[in-house]
Design a protein around this ligand. Structure first.
Ligand code: ZN
Ligand code: ZN
Length: 250
C-alpha cells in the first residue's frame, strides 16, 4: 500500500495544501477528504482527477470538503463515472445542504447528490471494503455535537482525521497498524478541538515511533523546518510533508 499526502496543512494554510491522503493498493485507491487543493496536488503527483473513484469524507469542515463540488462536476463533465463517496450517514444531508446551492440546478434539470456521487452512507463505526482492504471508521472527538470520523485499515494505518487525541484507542490499535497518522496543530496554545504536540508526547515511545504528524500550520510548510523538527525528535514523532509517500507492506 502506498500512502501519499495530497496535503498536510490546517484550515488556515495558504502555503501548503489542506490535509488529505491518497491510499493506493490492490489495483484501486481511496482519497481521505477532498479539499480543493487536491486538484493541484494530484496534478503535481501525476494522478488524473478523472481517475479518482473513491473518496472518504471524515467531517464537514471547509478544509476537508471544499473540493467535493469540483470533483463531482469534473467526474460528470470530463470523467466517465461517478466517484464513490464513503461518508457517515448523518453527514449526507448536511453535505448536500452545503453543495446544493451550486449543484442542484443544471442546464439539464435539477440534480441531487446521488447524481454526482455514488453515495455509500456509513453507520457509526461502519466499515467498507476496497481492493481486499477493510476500512473501519470510528467516531472521533473533534467539536462537541459535530459528527466526525477517523479511519483505520489493518494492518496498515490509523488516520485520526481532525480530532483530539483518543489515547485509549490509539494505544489499543497501535500493535495492529504500521503507521499512525495523527493531526497535530503544533501551536503552544490550547486548541480544544485539535491535538497538541504535548498530547502526543505523552504516548509510549513505541507508539511515538510509528506516529506521523499532519494537519499543521504554515510555519512547517517549509521542508527545512520539518527536517529540523524530525532531526531533533529523539523519540521519533515525525511530520509528514505534502506529496510525501509512505510504502507499507501487508
Ligand atoms: Zn481540518
Ligand atoms: Zn475539522
Amino acid at each position: 500500500m502506498k500512502l501519499t499526502f495530497l496535503g498536510t496543512g490546517d484550515m488556515f494554510s495558504v502555503e501548503q495544501h489542506h490535509n488529505s491522503m491518497l491510499a493506493e493498493f490492490g489495483g484501486t485507491h481511496l482519497v481521505i477528504d477532498f479539499p480543493e487543493s487536491n486538484a493541484k496536488a494530484l496534478k503535481q503527483y501525476g494522478f488524473a482527477m478523472t481517475g479518482i473513484h473513491n473518496v472518504f469524507i471524515s467531517h464537514l469542515h471547509e478544509d476537508h470538503i471544499n473540493g467535493v463540488q469540483m470533483l463531482g462536476y469534473y467526474a460528470q463533465i470530463v470523467g466517465d463515472r461517478k466517484p464513490r463517496l464513503f461518508i457517515h450517514e448523518q453527514l449526507v444531508d448536511p453535505l448536500w445542504s452545503i453543495l446544493s446551492p451550486g449543484m442542484r440546478y443544471t442546464t439539464d434539470g435539477e440534480r441531487t447528490l446521488g447524481d454526482y456521487y455514488d453515495v455509500v452512507p456509513l453507520p457509526d463505526g461502519g466499515s467498507f471494503e476496497l481492493g481486499g482492504v477493510t476500512f473501519e471508521t470510528f467516531r472521533t472527538q473533534h467539536v462537541p455535537g459535530m459528527v466526525s470520523n477517523g479511519l483505520m485499515a489493518k494492518p496498515y494505518f490509523y488516520y485520526s482525521a481532525d480530532s483530539t487525541l483518543d489515547r485509549e484507542r490509539v494505544e489499543r490499535i497501535a500493535p495492529e497498524v504500521q503507521l499512525i497518522f495523527h493531526e497535530c496543530h503544533m501551536h503552544d496554545l490550547v486548541i480544544k478541538s485539535h491535538t497538541s504536540l504535548k498530547d502526543l508526547e505523552q504516548l509510549p515511545a513505541d507508539i511515538k515511533q510509528k506516529t506521523v504528524l499532519m494537519h499543521y500550520h504554515d510555519e512547517y510548510a517549509d521542508a527545512a523546518a520539518r527536517a529540523q523538527f524530525n532531526r531533533t525528535r529523539g523519540d521519533r514523532l515525525r511530520m509528514a510533508g505534502t506529496l510525501e509517500s509512505f510504502e507499507l507492506v501487508e
